[in-house]
Design a protein around this ligand. Structure first.
Ligand code: UD1
Length: 431
């Protein structure tokens, strides 16, 4: 397994191109199952999760090709992916494929809507607390599906097609909203989704579905209305920039100090996080090219945050922000409201000398003057990058083990940091 070696202390100066959003690309790719025509997605990031989903989609009968894979092709910009599910050859998504990534469970919606049946293994993904699928299944039931769970598989059936209905989510769920949107687009009649997730990735999926011929109103608000159509067609769509990657590098720049331009980043996708990062002493400005983050000399100020559904502070930036607070001049309180048990990075951050105490759903972080490099282990996707952030500001050498978690969600991480002057290198195949 690869490891990453980081020598801390260098400031970050330069430009970091922001990739297409993983969490938008995944549902967009899954939407290709809804039509027999081609779906072309631009700005798709090169990530292990994307490759894993391509394997799953192929298994259902999706043909795909990727532009820019030729030797010598530009490797720094997002790729264009052509997907076509002319015929669905298999409506089963097996355990060995689905268990690696939770979002792959969402194939259940288009398979069911188009083919009237789907058999999908219960999901895996990051070990961040129990992540049930009850609300996704509730949504499909509201659209007339029958659901059975047998030997680790969900078996969903709607032999006469799905029927529009009212879905009132008791809790905001991104996956539930994606699933409901895809299923309702091909259902007979009208669907109302109440308490829908408002994340930008939901809007991106809805925009693409509309290009494919879906009739959707209200995406981006908590009330979405869909008028089902008999069939959807092909489309071309560019994946929106990754707001979590943007926030991660903004926090990295705030932590290491320096002056970084996040190229192509859109501030409105993460305004609450940018406001908080700015309150810690970083200077954040929007430019025509993206977002500029600077911190020169001044200390890091403490800040309290509580994660929340969009437009609140994203849970996917919680670990990174905690890393920043380990060096703040005071005490901060970080409350996690979305996922239980999303504090596995705490014990790893402690290896750098961070002072963090857990109290129910909150972490109390007392900033320290210096962190010291250490061997640490990546535990989940976002937690792993928090260790990289800590390492950038730590004295001496850090080795991050199990970096495959990083490869799931951060495109060219080492290269992007090295280009800004950080001392980061990948050590292949050991430890
Ligand atoms: C998505 C994101 C993930 C992010 C999360 C919250 C992708 C690929 N993943 O995950 O990076 O951290 O949104 O912003 O886009 N819940 C239930 N029952 C369900 C579904 C969810 O109780 O059937 C709960 C979850 O346990 C969690 C909360 O609802 O407490 C929110 O989860 P959800 O928004 O569904 O997360 P994901 O879509 O899995």
């Amino acid at each position: 397994m690869d490891r990453i070696r980081i020598i801390g202390g260098a400031r970050l100066n330069g430009s970091i191109p922001i990739s297409g959003a993983k969490n938008a690309a995944l549902p967009l790719m899954i939407a290709s199952l809804l039509t027999s025509e081609g779906l072309t997605l631009e700005n798709v990031p090169r990530l292990a999760d994307i490759t894993a989903l391509l394997r799953i989609l192929s298994n259902h009968g999706v043909d795909y090709s990727i532009d820019g894979k030729r030797p010598g092709a530009v490797q720094t910009t997002g790729r264009t992916l052509h997907l076509r599910a002319k015929d669905i050859v298999d409506t089963t998504a097996p355990y060995n494929l689905v268990s690696t990534m939770r979002a792959s469970f969402w194939v259940i919606a288009p398979l069911l809507a188009r083919m009237g049946e789907a058999k999908v293994s219960l999901p895996g993904g990051c070990a961040i607390g129990t992540r049930p699928v009850d609300l996704l299944l509730m949504a499909l039931e509201k659209l007339g599906a029958s659901i059975d769970i047998d030997a680790g598989y969900v078996i969903a059936k709607a032999p006469k097609g799905l029927i529009g209905g009212e879905i009132d989510f008791p809790k905001v769920t991104v996956g539930g909203t994606h699933t409901a949107l895809m299923a309702a687009s091909l259902a007979h009649g009208h669907t109302l989704i109440k308490n829908a997730a408002r994340e930008p990735e939901i809007v991106d999926l809805a925009d693409c579905l509309i290009k494919m011929g879906a009739k959707i109103k209200g995406a981006g608000t908590s009330r979405i209305e869909i008028e089902g159509v008999a069939r959807l067609g092909g489309a071309r769509h560019a994946v929106l920039p990754d707001r979590i990657e943007t926030g991660t590098y903004a926090i990295a720049a705030a932590m290491a100090g320096g002056d970084v331009l996040l190229e192509g980043a859109r501030p409105e996708l993460l305004q609450s996080a940018l406001d908080i990062i700015a309150s810690t002493g970083a200077e954040i400005t929007s430019t025509n090219e993206g977002i500029r983050v600077r911190r020169n000399g001044s200390g890091i100020l403490p800040a309290d945050i509580s994660t929340a559904p969009f437009p609140g502070f994203p849970t996917d930036l919680q670990a990174q922000f905690m890393a920043l607070m380990t060096r703040a001049g005071g005490v901060s309180r970080i409350t996690e409201t979305i996922f239980e048990n999303r504090f596995m990075h705490v014990q790893e951050l402690a290896r750098f000398g961070a002072k963090i105490r857990l109290e129910d759903d909150a972490a109390i972080v007392t900033g320290v003057k210096t962190l010291k490099g250490a061997p640490v282990m990546a535990t989940d996707l976002r937690a792993s990058v928090s260790l990289v952030i800590a390492a950038l500001a730590a004295e001496g050498e850090t080795i991050v083990h199990r970096v495959y978690h990083l490869d799931r969600g951060f495109e060219h991480l080492e290269q992007k940091l090295v280009d800004c002057g950080a001392q980061v290198e990948r050590l292949a195949g050991q430890g």
